[in-house]
Ligand binder design. Structure first.
Ligand SMILES: Nc1ncnc2c1ncn2[C@@H]1O[C@H](COP(=O)(O)OP(=O)(O)OP(=O)(O)O)[C@@H](O)[C@H]1O
Ligand SMILES: [Mg+2]
Length: 258
């Protein structure tokens, strides 16, 4: 992805799409024919096939900060929308929100504002310039996010969203930092766990997956993000040990994203 952003966007963090300033990490929008986008399509196919098609609310999380949760969640939501599914990208990272910036929606109200009663939910307000894609940012940063996400109000709100959308992709904070993703896993149909090539430590990965599985979370897949797909066998060999992690996912699969 780094190379794609350097070559196609001269290294710029944002790019123009019909007047909207979107993050250039949204390869599924800017580079639909790339191997990167193809990897997200593969992930989509696997999620559609998991649980007999019952994986409609997917939690995207990882062990630590900056491993690519938000990039993965956003690109995945886009490819679901491109395939005609009415899709919501929900930013449930109420502490270090990222989704709004990626979609040029800085300052927009969002989940925390709805749960705190500061604003009303409206489907029209979360429409994007991309067909079938709706984005609900996290809203004003919330210190008591764990309390908010375990509230009855949140559960009721998610039930309403389930009625309205075919697919919901939920971004979240890292499992090692806060309890939020553990809580969120209980309302999700499946958890997609993101690791970052060369960065995620195996001990941290194990610890995080254990904590998810101890509460009965359904880990449906692991993503090795930042894996340069264009590199030859030697590179693949270098990361061969990562494949071992697939045993932690019930379906036992692993997807590489560049
Ligand atoms: N495959 C990749 N190649 C290059 N850069 C990437 C890749 N994935 C993510 N990044 C960049 O790394 C940074 C962290 O990614 P991202 O925000 O998706 O991680 P995160 O896990 O959501 O982080 P946080 O824990 O802060 O929420 C961003 O600047 C993003 O653009
Ligand atoms: Mg994030």
């Amino acid at each position: 992805m780094r190379r794609m952003i350097a070559e196609d966007h001269k290294g710029s963090a944002t790019g123009d799409l019909d007047g909207l300033q979107l993050s250039t990490s949204l390869a599924s929008v800017f580079n639909p024919l790339s191997t990167i986008t193809e990897a997200y399509r593969q992930l989509r196919a696997r999620l559609l096939l998991s649980n007999g098609g019952g994986t409609r609310l997917v939690l995207v999380t990882s062990a630590s900060m900056g491993e690519g949760k938000s990039v993965t969640a956003a690109n995945l939501a886009i490819v679901f929308a491109q395939a005609g599914h009415r899709t919501l990208l929900l930013d449930a990272d109420l502490r270090r929100p990222k989704v709004a910036t990626m979609f040029g929606m800085n300052g927009a109200s969002g989940l925390s504002d709805i749960l705190a009663g500061r604003t009303e939910y409206s489907t029209d307000r979360i429409r994007t310039g991309i067909d079938n894609l709706y984005v609900l940012p996290s809203g004003e940063p919330e210190a008591y996010s764990a309390e908010m996400l375990s509230s009855k109000k949140f559960r009721q709100f998610v039930a309403l969203l389930r009625e309205e959308f075919e697919v919901i992709i939920m971004d979240s904070p890292p499992t090692r930092a806060v309890a939020d993703p553990i809580m969120l896993s209980s309302i999700s149909d499946g958890v997609l766990f993101v690791t970052r090539a060369g960065i995620t430590k195996e001990t941290e990965l194990k610890e995080s997956l254990d904590s998810l599985q101890s509460v009965g979370a359904n880990v449906v897949g692991l993503v090795l993000n930042g894996f340069d797909l264009s590199m030859a066998y030697g590179y693949r060999y270098k990361y061969k040990d990562y494949r071992e992690y697939s045993q932690y996912s019930r379906k036992g699969y692993y997807t590489y994203t560049d």
